[in-house]
Design a protein around this ligand. Structure first.
Ligand code: PHE
Length: 469
């Protein structure tokens, strides 16, 4: 067997795993999802899910990946062919997320240039510029194409050289700029209402929809439930401490999401914008915030979108990598061929997703494809993928085998092993099942229940044909 590629260094792995986690999910999706779900209560539940479910599932993914030394599908398959579908579901999730993620990545890329092309000079039009840009049938497609191409270039160069370098460079910059934005936002008049909105839970706002959104957001943001961290774990050295790695990545990801929230909401409240403004949030708030700062503002806004683009890239290369690893490991393709095949499918999906925002193209159960890809993955596939992984680790793998892997054969102290194991084996599968079921039930009130059931149906079909996959 070919020797598996390995990470060049420890810091390389952390940066790549954190790079996968920190992305549009934190900076684009988290703020507007929090806004749409009532703020504080959503944030609180999100944090609980991240700490109890997210961290535990990440540790389990690392352990399974490194133990089996195989990417998602192979790891499941090597234990039991009836489980192959759980890995394939992850590959499907990767494909579907890559059916809309590059569209938003393209927006971020486009905004680097828009900022320097006079976007900030008419602040009252910033909102309209965004809404007419994303429904334009050609412009966003070009940016999306360039963005996808960047992914292809990075992933076709292989694990350690490509992903690591991209991960190391601009992440710290993003963090710094978010801090600048936060400080600037907090100094505006009326900003404190935004802080309260984000951190003061109104418990009456907790509904089944809010619970499922928080769960989906936790999985999406931490890159879990689709085999990404299994794949990354399979490239990880036997000596690395999985517990501290999982803890660090979870903490960094959550820190950036909260910081992004703090960067957006105070400014929004100061500008009298609607917290439920939807997917345009970052693209409208950040330029507005810097509009009155002259050329300094230009530079900050430009750097922000540059850093956002890079953060998005380090996430989407990990998504592409899952699909590519599948074609390489399971379909015997060369890396280049695997990248070409995956990217060709993705570009078609992305074009359709982008056009759907302008009302063009096919619909499924009344929803455009951008929403369909997002909803299926964020609300169903990732959470169920996480449930399956937990059941797999808890019930199909041997407890001592897991203990050995997680503690590096006893070298790493992990006093909470028993608690973690109970979470993985019983509590997490149960919790996800309840949250997903009630979320689907409540989805029928908002007209998305049918799509969610379709998602469940797809999983069942994959499960039935598991041995053939
Ligand atoms: N976590 C990434 C983000 O927050 C998205 C992602 C999801 C990446 C799933 C890989 C796997 O942007």
């Amino acid at each position: 067997m070919k020797k598996r590629e390995k990470w060049g260094s420890k810091i390389g792995f952390i940066m790549a795993a954190a790079g996968s986690a920190v992305g549009l999910g934190n900076i684009w999706k988290f703020p507007y999802t929090a806004g749409e779900n009532g703020g504080g209560a959503f944030v609180l539940i999100y944090l609980i899910f991240v700490a109890l479910i997210g961290f535990s599932v990440m540790l389990a993914e690392f352990a399974v990946g490194r133990r089996k030394n195989l990417a998602a599908v192979g790891a499941y398959k090597s234990v039991d062919k009836r489980w192959t579908f759980a890995g394939v579901l992850g590959v499907l999730s990767g494909l579907l997320i890559m059916g809309f993620y590059p569209v938003v990545g393209g927006w971020a890329l486009a905004y680097i240039f828009k900022v320097f092309n006079g976007l900030l000079s008419s602040p009252d039009q910033i909102g309209d510029v965004f809404s007419s840009f994303i429904v334009n049938p050609t412009q966003p497609l070009i940016w999306m194409g360039i963005y996808l191409l960047l992914n292809v270039v990075i992933v076709s160069r292989g694990v350690s050289s490509g992903i690591e370098k991209a991960g190391k460079i601009l992440m710290p910059l993003l963090f710094l700029i978010l801090i600048v934005i936060t400080i600037k936002g907090l100094t505006l008049k009326g900003a404190f209402a935004g802080v309260a909105f984000l951190f003061k839970p109104d418990f009456s706002k907790i509904t089944a929809k809010v619970l499922l959104s928080a769960l989906g957001q936790a999985f999406f943001s931490l890159s879990l439930g689709m085999g990404c961290m299994i794949t990354y774990g399979s490239y990880l050295d036997k000596k690395e401490n999985l517990v501290s790695n999982a803890g660090l990545v979870t903490a960094m990801d959550t820190g950036v999401a909260l910081l992004a929230g703090l960067a957006m909401f105070p400014a929004m409240f100061a500008f009298n914008m609607e917290p439920a403004a939807g997917p345009g949030l970052v693209f409208v708030v950040v330029p507005q915030l810097f509009a009155d700062m002259g050329s300094v503002g230009l530079i900050f806004a430009g750097l922000f979108f540059l850093a956002l683009t890079v953060a998005a890239l380090t996430s989407s290369v990990s998504l592409l990598e899952v699909v590519v690893a599948y074609f390489m490991d399971e379909r015997n393709m060369s890396r280049i061929k695997a990248v070409t095949v995956s990217a060709s499918i993705m570009i078609i999906m992305c074009v359709l997703a982008s056009l759907s925002l302008g009302g063009i193209g096919p619909k499924i159960l009344g929803k455009g494809l951008f929403d369909v890809f997002d909803l299926l993955t964020d609300k169903i596939f990732l959470a169920i993928g996480g449930l399956l992984l937990a059941v797999f680790a808890g019930w199909k793998l041997d407890k001592e085998e897991l203990r050995n892997e997680v503690t590096n054969g006893g070298a790493v102290k992990f006093g909470l092993f028993g608690f973690w194991y109970a979470l993985i084996k019983y509590i997490i599968p149960f919790t996800i099942a309840i949250v997903a079921a009630s979320g689907i039930y409540s989805g029928f009130q908002s007209g998305v229940g049918g799509l969610m059931l379709l998602g469940v149906g797809i999983i069942i079909v994959l499960g039935v044909f598991s041995k053939k996959l």
